[in-house]
Design a protein around this ligand. Structure first.
Ligand SMILES: [Zn+2]
Length: 462
């Protein structure tokens, strides 16, 4: 199912070099500094129940394609009255597997089926049951529990993404278990920095309870963040993550920030207050990062839950998050002018709007010492997306202003597949630089381990 030369350049000279480069990193450890695996997997190490629950139901890359072709959510095990028989859900997936031709999901699923589960026949209605039985049989074995998979997939460190209000109990369990895997939390405070999150005011109360700080005041609220960040850092976190629709930042005079907070806290928000508060909080979080050393990640450019009905009936993360145009340069100016030259500060930027890479992000990361470019993400986490990224970002930002690869996934078995795609694209790109005489061969061998591991270790302080 997997061709050994997949994703490599077609001309023989470049291909030979790409292969030689790949040999040196094919089995390098996986650094996964940003992702969404379930902390319970690491804390409790439960067996995965069945192939559909592992592969299909939670993976919005897969369900969105099926949705687009008229497969109801219920047939995929989602929503009230949904199908409950995992084999039936798996068969539905297999019947529609042809839809994934030409997509990265196809590469990832094929890779996981063959490399993790030893299923080597292409998935189809005819092979669905054989594949299901082979996977189900393995899932019952101890070596297919999450912690054993972590070891077998070659993971060196993995980060989860956790609410600021999370008690990190599963992380504590994983650490206390004696297991040697390294799982670190990430401080994601959207629930208490984004006034548009349902329950925002109650979340502020909870933040106060957790920290003993008076979140009735702006000062107490900021202190509460400091306390939670310190707790996360103590539990191993090295980074924060901020999922705002826009990268707008602000640096308000103190009295204005206090008044803004007071209005939101009291439920008296004026139009524009929520966006201004998010903007102010990015700058406050950057200030705190400059103090405590947690690396800051800013994700923006997604219009979440585009279908109101899908959100109401099936919840969030169902594939209806759609990219919107984003502009960084002016938006980041207040934050960068407040803290952007602070030694040691690290801020990683991600986008779904590829037009910003050459116009804004590579030029910004190519000069501001605090900025690093995150990898092509989500819809660009693909052969074509990564190739375009290398081409449009590298010439301006170089390699050392990048944050390396991260898989950003909740699909555990796809992690090696995603890193493998990134490694192959990087080998192809570096081989092309050498055969066009823009880089010496020994330099390509020197850059490659940076791209496949060291940049991520450095960017996330792992
Ligand atoms: Zn993410």
């Amino acid at each position: 199912m997997l061709h050994p030369d997949r994703l490599f350049p077609v001309d023989p000279g470049t291909r030979t070099l790409a292969r030689a480069l790949y040999e040196t990193v094919a089995s390098a450890p996986i650094i996964s500094p940003h992702g969404h695996t379930d902390p319970r997997w690491w804390g409790e190490n439960p067996a995965f129940s069945d192939p559909a629950a592992l592969f299909v139901t939670p993976d919005h890359y897969l369900t969105r394609m099926l949705t687009s072709q008229g497969v109801p959510f219920e047939a995929l095990g989602i929503g009230a009255g949904a199908e409950t028989d995992p084999r039936t859900i798996w068969r539905t997936f297999a019947e529609h597997y042809h839809l994934f031709r030409g997509t990265p999901s196809r590469l990832w699923v094929d890779h996981a089926l063959s490399e993790v589960f030893g299923v080597t026949q292409r998935l189809s209605p005819e092979t669905a049951d054989v594949a299901y039985d082979a996977i189900a049989e393995k899932l019952a074995l101890p070596e297919f529990r999450p912690r054993a998979l972590y070891d077998r997939l070659g993971i060196e460190v993995i980060a989860t993404t956790d609410s600021a209000l999370d008690d990190l109990e599963q992380h504590r369990k994983a650490q206390a278990s004696g297991w040697t895997g390294r799982v670190v939390p990430t401080y994601r405070p959207d629930a208490v920095t984004d006034p548009d999150v349902p329950g925002f005011v109650q979340n502020l109360d909870r933040l106060g309870e957790l920290t003993g700080c008076d979140t009735g005041t702006w000062q107490g609220y900021l202190d509460a963040h400091r306390a939670r960040r310190a707790f996360f850092a103590e539990m191993g976190a090295t980074a924060t993550d901020h999922g705002h629709a826009t990268p707008r930042t602000a640096d308000l005079p103190r009295a204005e920030a206090e008044a803004l907070y007071d209005r939101l806290r009291a439920g008296r928000a004026a139009p524009g207050d929520a966006e201004l508060f998010r903007a102010q909080m990015l700058t406050e979080m950057a200030r705190m990062s400059a103090e405590d050393g947690l690396v800051m990640q800013i994700h923006s450019g997604s219009s979440r839950s585009h279908s109101d009905a899908v959100r109401a009936r099936y919840g969030t993360d169902r594939g209806f998050d759609i990219p919107i145009p984003v502009s960084f340069t002016e938006a980041l100016r207040p934050m960068l002018n407040a803290v952007g030259l602070t030694p040691g500060l690290q801020i990683i930027l991600y986008t779904l709007d590829e037009s910003t890479y050459s116009r804004e992000l590579a030029p910004l990361a190519g000069v501001w010492p605090c900025l690093l470019l995150g990898p092509p993400w989500w819809f660009q986490d693909s052969y074509e997306g990564m190739t375009r990224f290398r081409q449009i970002a590298t010439e301006t930002a170089g390699f050392h202003n990048l944050a390396g690869f991260n898989d950003d996934t909740r699909a555990l078995c796809s992690i090696p597949a995603r890193h493998d795609v990134a490694r192959r694209v990087d080998c192809a790109f570096l081989a092309g630089l050498v055969t066009t005489h823009r880089l010496e061969e020994d330099e390509a061998f020197e850059v490659l381990p940076l791209l496949t591991g060291d940049l991520a270790r450095r960017a996330f302080r792992l």
